[in-house]
Design a protein around this ligand. Sequence first.
Ligand code: FMN
Length: 350
Amino acid sequence: MAGNSFGEAFRITTFGESHGDGVGVVIDGCPPRIGLSPNDFMRDMLRRRPGSSGFDSPRKEEDRVEILSGVFEGLTTGAPITLFIRNRDADSKPYEILRRLFRPGHGDYTHFKKYGHFDFRGGGRYSARETAARVAAGVVAGKILGPLGIRVVAYTLELGGIKAEKNDLEFIEKNPLYCPDPMVTEQMEQAISRARREGDSLGGIAEVFVTGCPAGLGEPVFDKLDADLAKAVMSIGTVKGVEMGAGLAAARLKGSENNDALTPEGFSSNQAGGILAGISNGDEIVLRAAMKPIPSISQEQHTIDRQGRPGRLRFNGRFDVSAIPRVIPVLEAMVKIVLADHCLRSRMIT
Ligand SMILES: Cc1cc2nc3c(=O)[nH]c(=O)nc-3n(C[C@H](O)[C@H](O)[C@H](O)COP(=O)(O)O)c2cc1C
């Protein structure tokens, strides 16, 4: 199974399965002399772990990060950093039915087609459990970005068709859905509760906002900053669309409306989302990700078994109703990883 690594100068390789001993990440290329302790991971791991918001899977995981290598006397040494997160509450029993029947909308069918067998207990590598390793790597990336004044924040713009109209960034951390609009959070919470009662799931849209990013990150051809960000974000399960700045709406604008005028004080608007020709322009980076509804639902669905015979699946495992809110720290992490990689490639930090 190829493709477990991402990045060039700051390169992460994740490993582990949802129902194995645990998941983890090896980070190659992290500069030396950065302070790193297990406590540094707690905030972001708590935000991602299941069972903390009341709107997600009841699986209870501590998600404590063990540092297995690359740190001595509290400082990174420059050697590969290995981070490990043990699985404590994996319950494979509800997944027994998936030994036989494929979950519609999930990776079971494609994994079976590609590999001839797959870890049906929670999905193994294609489980969202793998994103715990990404969040841990994102914390290390954040340590590179922090001193450069680069800050990454993600929040919920839409959930189950309910849109945030206000963008009160102060309010994001004050509600479990990371919604910036106090007027709609309750509606969003009710929509999740309703979908759960109906055995259904919901999709949503999140925005990632980067401040303090200097001009000059990104390479002009294949390693454009927006291309790398899109890959990073699209590699998260449920993400079906990524747009930068004006995004798809730019297709309906005229050049006179879409161009960001340059003034001695900076750009007069930010339709570009902070990136021009693949290189950051010094303005805020604005990226949106659209997430499909969680594929595991408890309503009965038509499917087939491994021999292609029709079947009906009623699946009662532990699952999230929506990728939001747990995807929020994962989005932040992947964006941080890309930015740290490009900072190192541009020799902004050595
Ligand atoms: C934070 C997060 C939590 C998720 N939780 C679940 C879940 O509880 N149950 C489930 O079936 N899928 C869950 N998913 C989605 C699947 O991992 C994903 O839909 C699946 O691997 C298929 O990939 P695709 O959506 O990219 O096609 C979650 C995804 C994320 C990012």
